[in-house]
Write a protein that binds this ligand. Structure first.
Ligand code: GLU
Length: 304
């Protein structure tokens, strides 16, 4: 049986793309009579503190679409010890590099993920002491140039090299890649459905899961919502959250129908209605689920 999950970061309200990912994650899990978990990824306390009510609004919006979840909502900020305990057995080293230094030492094009070039991998004790006096260290895992292959429902077998990625930031906060793997592992998540921007991270995360003794999940990376010029949908693109669309005169039902259409699915008014209409589909054959969705908020509002 599948255990799926949705794991928003509570830094801003969910926009249409996030809501669509949540609907699809819920659908894939429930279609298999599986469990569905919600996790608030609130490790970045500075950004969370700047928007204190966001997590609650995210839960309210999901519930308004008919998405239900099993058990308590988990908050990463309350699980710091679990991440530290899980990482205790890993081979790690201190890293003193700034982002700029990593960018300069790496060949990756601007904007894409830059595999760590290993600058701090083999420092001597005295070199470490000298650098530590200047700046606090982040902690990286020593991956020994590993490679890993994952299975994605649409992309199929996806292989990637595993660099020495960060486990703890210089301020001691567990990094996303560590927390997400520990939580998915401890919560028994078997299927990770999320935005396609995270496909590149899947081999790294699955490798870490295996190192920590978990069975890596299967993946389903769905199309991102983008604006008319192909950039990731953002607040500045206008009325793209549920409450903004509702203030423009759309009902929750109409917003849900828009999400259904965007994914090539029959228009339904809520998540349970949609599930009844599409149960047992071969999800990977529905192209629109996996393609980027070009959102034109004006057109959505005008169509009501
Ligand atoms: N918290 C991440 C985000 O909102 C999602 C991480 C994941 O689904 O693995 O982008």
């Amino acid at each position: 049986m599948t255990t799926g999950r949705f794991a928003p970061s509570p830094t801003s309200d969910l926009h249409l793309g996030n809501l669509r990912t949540a609907v699809l994650a819920w659908l894939l899990a429930r279609d298999d009579a599986g469990a569905f978990l919600l996790r608030i990824e609130d490790l970045d306390q500075q950004r969370v503190a700047a928007a204190p009510q966001v997590a609650q609004r995210q839960l309210t919006d999901l519930a308004a679409l008919g998405i239900d979840w099993d058990g308590e909502v988990v908050r990463q900020s309350q699980r710091l010890d679990l991440y530290r305990d899980a990482a205790a057995g890993l081979e790690t080293y201190e890293c003193y590099c700034t982002r700029r230094e990593i960018a300069e030492a790496s060949q990756a094009p601007h904007g894409s993920y830059r595999p760590y070039p290993g600058t701090c991998a083999h420092l001597t004790r005295s070199e470490r002491a000298a650098r530590r006096a200047v700046r606090p260290a982040a902690i990286r895992v020593r991956a020994h140039g590993a490679a890993m292959t994952v299975h994605d429902l649409h992309a199929g077998e996806v292989s990637g090299e595993v660099d020495d990625f960060v486990l703890f930031r210089a301020d001691g906060t567990p990094a996303y890649n560590l927390a997400v793997v520990v939580d998915d592992g401890l919560q028994g998540v078997t299927q990770v459905c999320r935005g396609a921007d995270l496909l590149d991270s899947a081999p790294r995360q699955a490798w870490l899961a295996r190192e920590l003794g978990f069975v890596p999940p299967s993946y389903a990376h769905v199309g991102l919502a983008v604006n008319r010029v192909g950039e990731r949908l953002a607040k500045r693109d206008g009325a793209v959250t549920l409450s903004e669309l509702e203030s423009s005169g759309l009902s929750g039902r109409q917003v849900f129908e828009t999400i259904c259409r965007s994914a090539g699915l029959p228009a339904a008014g809520s998540a349970p209605e949609l599930l009844d209409a599409v149960r047992g589909r071969d999800w990977w054959t529905i192209e629109a689920i996996w393609r980027p969705w070009v959102v034109d908020a004006r057109a959505i509002i005008d169509r009501r």
